[in-house]
Design a protein around this ligand. Sequence first.
Ligand code: FAD
Length: 285
Amino acid sequence: MTRITQQLGAGPTLSFEFSAPRDQVGVDRLRQTLALLSRHHPQFMSVTYGAGGTTRGPTRDWVRTIRREFRVEAMPHLTCVSHTREEVAGIIEEYRADGIENILALRGDLPQGVEAASQAFDTAAELTAFIRERTDWDIGVAAHPEGHPLAVSREADLVHQSRKLSTADFALTQFFYRAEFYEAFVSELCSRGVDTPVIPGLMPPTNVAGIERMSALNNSEFPTDLRKRLSAAESAAERRQIGVDVAVSLGRQLLELGAPGLHIYTMNYARAASEVATALGWPIS
Ligand code: FAD
């Protein structure tokens, strides 16, 4: 079974997210991470895309490596900012040749200093429609339970997100640390008639500075009590254990709420992701 919608129909899914590394040390680490995490038998792994096409080749290469060498279904992310329609059509054809059947369609944020070369697509919804016209693939989109930082209001954001999700086959969320954010978001979608499966993204909070930076960018709350607990840890090992425990507890609550799967952000590191997966019922075998 390679379609994510089929996998979702068979019970909660486990998935992991990676990014193409920038140097040889990162390549070696990612290979080790993939070797370990593939032993949890996740339903799929996803590989991020550098907005503006900065990782076009590497994203495709890692998707192929995961499928061929690690025998796990892999889903490329694709962002549309600064791409022309011809470029996106070309990328779709490359993935078609590779046998890809799942894709995550995103708008993307341009890296600092990079100017948008085109405004062929303004939103992920437009990219989704473009892919839909050319393929019969399963198309996922990003969901932002706490709202997107660009949103003019909570209501405008919910209108936009529910419209976008209604055209997608599934969604993966931004990370968050309170299960009630997910519960409220799914309930808002439901009240707007949208029942697209929303897979929550789980980021074990093991790196305080990293979570602080990303939460500020994403408009996610980094709860004060969690920040205090992590900062008070006396060693990196203790901090990592707190991060794993928090992610396991959140993962359990989300599954109890009926989440159709869990998508673990790995930052290309294996240990915390592996411990979280094991504790949540996906042991290594
Ligand atoms: P869109 O859905 O197009 O819009 C983003 C927000 O803009 C909306 O939620 C809404 O608040 C506002 N908005 C847009 N249009 C309207 C409208 N018509 N009316 C009202 N409001 C509107 N980035 C990368 O560069 N590479 C990646 O690989 C990547 N992977 C990601 C994976 C996940 C699971 C998530 C959650 C995010 C990822 N991102 C990635 C980040 C993402 O590109 C950014 O969050 C980006 O700012 C928004 O992308 P989107 O696809 O949600 O955009």
